[in-house]
Design a protein around this ligand. Structure first.
Ligand SMILES: [Zn+2]
Length: 109
């Protein structure tokens, strides 16, 4: 589990897909699990920059396969939502979305 610091409440939080929200006009934002306030892509970028890298040493698998897309500064919240919407109608595709975009099934046991 990788923790980042919420810019609002300063608590350490894990970025999970379940806390990503979106509107009908394709806007997406993240809600802090701790304080419930909105986190934007720009906030997230700073959160990732300030992430405590000591955590990475404890991971056993190559880091690249453990990150879900929420930890990638190169993918916006809206892009993750678009990918989710495109794949969720097809079970096989959804499985690959879960695997490659959310890192599900690849996490440390
Ligand atoms: Zn917070």
């Amino acid at each position: 589990m990788l923790l980042v610091i919420c810019p609002h409440c300063k608590n350490k939080i894990e970025l999970v897909f379940e806390n990503l929200f979106w509107t009908d006009d394709e806007k997406a934002f993240y809600k802090c699990r701790s304080c419930g306030r909105e986190i934007t892509d720009a906030d997230r970028f700073n959160m990732l920059l300030n992430m405590d890298c000591e955590q990475l040493k404890e991971l056993k698998f190559p880091v690249s396969i453990l990150f879900n897309a929420l930890y990638s500064p190169f993918v916006s919240f809206a892009e993750i939502v678009q990918e989710f919407k495109r794949d969720r109608t097809d079970n096989n595709k959804f499985e690959s979305f879960a695997k490659y975009w959310l890192g599900k099934g690849l996490e440390e046991k």
